[in-house]
Design a protein around this ligand. Structure first.
Ligand SMILES: Nc1ncnc2c1ncn2[C@@H]1O[C@H](COP(=O)(O)OP(=O)(O)O)[C@@H](O)[C@H]1O
Ligand SMILES: [Mg+2]
Length: 293
């Protein structure tokens, strides 16, 4: 049996127990999605916890996570299902001599010859799952339209086989890094959750969770600096993922403080563009006492 939350607080506590510290609206939207049976569209910059939210939801709800990683050119054969040609061919070869074509055809278009891809797996699963459709903005609008149909009917039509209807409804999370505008039709169907860079307090909590052994003075300083760096006009501002990496690196290095020298030597953990590096070294480094080069 999977978990059914009774209140927003249940979801908040459940996600925390799964190692995810939800922000203000996250638990609310997740609760509503589970109860209303609507997909969540999670949008925001890279590294702010979109994918992790889906994983934590699956852990909390005690459901299997089925993940479809989107990429440019992703098609139905890789997302829904595909016929297992090799197996079909083998069957044809073994039957060829003594069976007529119509018998063979009936044979080779059965479920046994179907290769399930993530969307099909989620629909056909006898136990309800959490379906993560990750980075939907990487696909094209055609794919989005197909998905829309799936998300409204929870069924898949296979010409040779008929309709496969969902036995259980998955909790669906779609994520987008906002590299292109998604269609209104898709947005209308979903509950919307915008995840942004966290507040200082929230980030402090997250970093503490991921690097509990780091001295608290260092963690506090780290978050202060990261927040300062995000204020600059960078190509790629550091995300939560970078804060966590930096904290773990400082822990390994046994840092007791983030002084100018430590900052300079570990800067590349949070800033990963040549021009950004220069800017940060100049603007933040100076404040920490690094001589500008
Ligand atoms: N609210 C949160 N609580 C705990 N960990 C978080 C939270 N948000 C982000 N993280 C951590 O930050 C990292 C990046 O998150 P991820 O979900 O991969 O980002 P995204 O999918 O948005 O690019 C992961 O290691 C994740 O555990
Ligand atoms: Mg992600």
């Amino acid at each position: 049996m999977s978990v059914e939350p009774a209140a927003v607080e249940d979801v908040a506590a459940g996600l925390r127990a799964a190692g995810y510290l939800p922000g203000e609206s996250t638990a609310l939207v997740a609760f509503l999605a589970t109860r209303l049976g609507k997909p969540i569209l999670v949008e925001g910059p890279a590294g702010v916890g979109k994918t992790e939210l889906a994983k934590a939801m699956a852990t909390y709800l005690e459901r299997t996570l089925v993940r479809l990683q989107c990429y440019e050119g992703l098609d139905e054969a890789k997302a829904l299902y595909e016929w297992n040609y090799r197996k079909q061919l083998l069957r044809i070869q073994t039957e060829a001599d003594d069976a007529g074509w119509s018998e063979v055809q009936d044979d080779i278009f059965g479920e046994e010859f179907l290769l399930e891809r993530p969307l099909m797996t989620a629909i056909a699963s006898p136990e309800p799952v959490v379906l993560l459709i990750d980075e939907i903005d990487k696909t094209d609008q055609e794919f989005e339209a197909m998905l829309l149909e799936l998300l409204s009917d929870f069924q898949i039509s296979i010409p040779e086989l008929g309709r496969i209807e969902a036995r259980t409804h998955p909790v669906v999370l779609l994520t987008s890094n906002n590299t292109r505008e998604l269609t209104e039709a898709l947005k209308r169907r979903c509950l919307y959750l915008w995840l942004d860079y966290p507040s200082s307090e929230h980030e402090l909590e997250i970093v503490r969770l991921h690097a509990p052994e780091l001295p608290d003075t260092v963690t506090t300083r780290l978050v202060e600096i990261v927040q300062m760096v995000r204020e600059l006009d960078l190509k790629k501002p550091p995300s939560i993922a970078e804060s966590i990496d930096w904290a773990r690196a400082l822990l390994l290095l046994g840092a007791q403080d983030i002084d100018a020298e430590t900052f300079r030597s570990t800067l590349s953990l949070i800033v990963k563009h040549r021009t950004d590096l220069d800017l940060v070294a100049e603007r933040v480094g100076v404040r920490l006492g690094v001589p500008a080069t």
